[in-house]
Design a protein around this ligand. Structure first.
Ligand code: ZN
Ligand code: ZN
Length: 276
């Protein structure tokens, strides 16, 4: 199977999961329906990148995930992308897409390039809304490039993504033996790396009594893994409790967990795509 063929299936699985989650999670339905449109567009972008890669494969894998982005393949799709957002996003975001469409391609390029350099590293105060347009558009590029990168064996427990240096978006518990092994999922390139279970990925706290975990009754596969030292929390999707969950998508639907964590005074380190 080639790289060009693998990406489409991942997007199909995300779209299917968003449809599954839409009805019972009524608070999230509007977001999930919008995400369906976003993910369908991302699938198209991904197919374009993969096709261009097959026609003209690079001589060597990229040395750095953030090395310069060749926008020639995807930039022609940016206007179409903006209309998808304008037609399907919640009102404020739709308006932002409409305004962006009025700007020229130089401005689009500047915004995409800035996001590519800063995503997940120096964007902590930016928030989901301001980042949305470049983030959703470039997500397939970051994922595609990450899949091409050589991986060094992991010897430590890095708090930042070993491939691109970004902060984690989520934790993921994957079944192993009788329990679950924790991974962190990168907020930029979407790759996972292994991470100790009793350790705060934000400040490095390792005292178990400072690291409370909250699990809601209605969705036991979603955990709020908080830290009383730094007051940040990591949302973790527990695949030992629900093997059908798709972390990126289940995270978007977990709106009650966000409200709960905020009420308790915990903040999230990196917002998800829709700020839910
Ligand atoms: Zn990464
Ligand atoms: Zn902490």
């Amino acid at each position: 199977m080639t790289l060009g063929q693998t990406g489409g299936a991942e997007y199909d699985a995300r779209i299917k999961r968003a449809e599954q989650l839409s009805s019972p999670h009524s608070a999230a339905t509007e977001f999930l329906e919008f995400y369906d449109h976003v993910a369908s567009f991302q699938k198209l972008i991904r197919a374009n990148i993969a096709a261009a890669h097959q026609v003209e494969p690079p001589n060597a894998p990229p040395a750095d995930l953030r090395s310069e982005l060749d926008l020639t393949v995807i930039l022609p799709h940016f206007r179409g992308y903006l209309s998808v957002i304008e037609n399907h996003a919640p009102p404020a975001l739709a308006e932002s897409a409409r305004q962006t469409a009025l700007l020229g391609s130089n401005s689009w390029i500047a915004s995409l390039e800035a996001y590519w350099q800063h995503a997940g590293r120096y964007d902590q105060q930016v928030g989901a809304f301001a980042q949305f347009l470049p983030r959703a558009f470039l997500q397939p590029c970051a994922e595609f490039r990450a899949a091409l990168m050589p991986r060094a064996p992991q010897v430590s427990t890095p708090r930042l993504c070993p491939l691109c240096g970004s902060r984690p978006l989520l934790g993921v518990l994957r079944p192993e033996g009788d329990g679950g092994k924790r991974f962190l999922l990168c907020s930029f390139c979407q790759q996972e790396w292994e991470f100790r279970r009793i350790l705060c990925p934000t400040c490095g706290e390792e005292a178990e009594d400072k690291l409370p975990v909250y699990v809601g009754e209605d969705s036991p596969h979603i955990r709020v893994e908080a830290c009383d030292t730094c007051k940040f929390y990591l949302r973790t999707i527990d695949l030992t409790k629900d093997g059908n969950a798709i972390p990126l998508v289940d995270d978007l639907a977990a709106i009650p967990h966000t409200l709960w964590a905020n009420e308790q005074g915990y903040s999230r380190l990196q917002p998800n795509l829709l700020g839910t």
